[in-house]
Design a binder for this molecule. Structure first.
Ligand code: GLN
Length: 493
């Protein structure tokens, strides 16, 4: 039986069936088949392109035209398996609007380094994906281009802000995708859509060409059907970049994960992030995953992150403060939309911003401007930065006893469209478990741990800075033992 409203393959001719079955492969399996000469990259490209063009979840803001796929280098490691890219990555000559009306029609003159790295490795641009405006949100309902629908249940949100990327991968209309995570925007939508999402260590991936939200937090990462694909895509996008002075690359190349047990691995369960406020069904799935970890040989002990409950408050000062500065550039002169306003230059600026920005973006600009204003700077922004330092120190102390910290990724499963739009605070609470890692700059991965009420639940595993290889290995072992099927259409609704 098919889930509520999801599109599934119908009757097909034998050749259609064989190309459709290629679309069910993980990206790594597709790469292997292409390289072995068993699968035609051009056919795969056209199969995904057609699917993305026929998408019914409003996951995309732009899809590549039909015709020949982009040319590949002979031994490109990603074999031509195309990638869907969140709208806020600049892509040369292709609309890059960050989900905002103020960037409507903006065609960047250059491509973001991470996207270019992927193209060079053999993952050409398939499509741009829908997102909350300027990545502010947890549901994609703040997109100026309408919300994305969750492929598991089209009456529910896919999470956000990178909800388009998550829905695209969950629906199978893209083999893999990339997004950005400032305070949960990769991990939370991955959790709500039943797929894998990795937020790398801050600095692992270049931010050059990403339309900025909060520069000290923004980090790009992969959305994939499984952990192996996440390692493959992450390895190809990461690296030091002379165009981003905060990028440092990785201490060692990304290895494909292979670990099948967790013997000797010490998991810490922070009581502050695993109790109050987490839905019972989510907690049950989380505890089930901890049992699996124990069976694989891990030790599971409580740990303390005493300042983690303050992370959300600190985040909602720091992120809007940085956003208010980053978004000052949208004045109707340099990019995209300009209001048709009579009068002087200042009037054109203010009208453009009044008409071009949505309500959430305006809320954040006002909050951030206030927090940075003279007389309030120390009381708000300065204090939030002190909390951020404490949060990082909590994690540093945890790494003395634990290899990883584990939590549910999101306190709830996917919620109904419209359920939280009138209450920003309840929307912000979605990122309760994800924001501490963002403030600390450390990596976190979300993998599906099971279902609650027929909807996917995410398990978050976070580790010390630059522990991605170990993190991916642990996630791989757990994924294998949990045995979750990431295709919504194969689950009984
Ligand atoms: N939901 C959070 C916010 O609205 C996080 C967004 C993000 O990670 N880009 O700011």
């Amino acid at each position: 039986m098919r889930p509520r409203g999801s599109s599934a393959p119908g009757a097909a001719s034998p050749s259609e069936r064989s190309s459709r079955s290629a679309l069910t492969l993980t990206a790594a399996a597709a790469v292997a088949r292409i390289r072995a000469g068993e699968l035609d990259a051009a056919e795969l490209w056209e199969g995904y392109r057609a699917r993305a063009a026929a998408d019914e979840h409003n996951a995309y803001t732009w899809v590549a035209d039909g015709g020949d796929p982009p040319a590949l280098g002979a031994d490109a490691p990603l074999g031509g398996v195309p990638v869907a890219v969140k709208d806020l990555f600049c892509t040369e000559g292709v609309p890059s609007q960050a989900g905002s009306k103020i960037l409507e029609g903006y065609l960047p003159p250059y491509t973001a380094t991470s996207v270019e790295n992927l193209a060079r490795a053999g993952a050409p641009l398939l499509a741009k994906t829908n997102q909350d405006e300027f990545a502010m949100g947890s549901s994609t309902e703040n997109s100026a281009y309408g919300p994305t629908l969750n492929p598991w249940d089209v009456t529910r949100v896919p999470g956000g802000s990178s909800g388009g990327s998550a829905a695209a991968v969950a629906a199978g209309s893209a083999p893999w995708a990339i997004g950005t995570d400032t305070g949960g925007s990769i991990r939370q939508p991955a959790a709500l859509c039943g797929i894998v999402g990795l937020k790398p260590t801050y600095g692992a991936v270049s931010r050059y060409g990403m339309i900025a939200f909060a520069s000290s937090l923004d980090q790009a990462g992969p959305f994939t059907r499984d952990v192996t694909d996440a390692a493959l895509l992450f390895g190809a996008m990461a690296g030091q970049d002379p165009c981003d002075s905060t990028s440092v690359g990785l201490p060692a190349p990304v290895a494909l994960p292979s670990r099948t047990d967790l013997r000797g691995v010490r998991l810490g369960v922070p009581e502050e992030l695993t109790g109050e406020g987490i839905e019972p069904g989510v907690l049950a799935s989380f505890h089930g995953a901890l049992d699996v970890a124990r069976e694989l040989g891990a030790s599971v002990e409580p740990c303390k992150l005493p300042h983690a409950p303050h992370a959300l408050s600190a985040y909602y000062l720091i992120a809007p403060a940085e956003a208010s500065s980053n978004l000052a550039r949208y004045d109707g002169v340099r990019y995209g939309f300009r209001a048709d306003a009579a009068g002087d230059l200042l009037h054109m600026y203010t009208e453009t911003r009044a008409q071009g920005f949505g309500a959430e973006v305006k809320r954040r600009i006002m909050l951030g401007t206030y927090a940075l204003s003279s007389g309030y700077y120390d009381a708000y922004y300065g204090r939030a930065q002190k909390v951020r330092t404490r949060i990082r120190e909590d994690f540093d102390a945890a790494w003395e006893r634990f290899d990883f910290v584990v939590t549910p990724t999101s306190p709830t499963v996917a919620f109904a469209l419209g359920a939280k739009t009138a209450d920003p605070l309840s929307m912000y609470l979605n990122d309760f478990c994800a924001v501490p890692m963002s403030l600390a700059g450390i990596p976190g991965i979300s993998i599906p741990s099971g279902l609650s009420e027929g909807l996917p639940v995410g398990l978050q595993i976070a580790g010390p800075a630059f522990s991605e290889n170990a993190l991916l290995d642990a996630a791989f072992a757990l994924e294998r033992a949990i045995g979750f099927d990431a295709a919504p259409w194969r689950h009984v609704a």
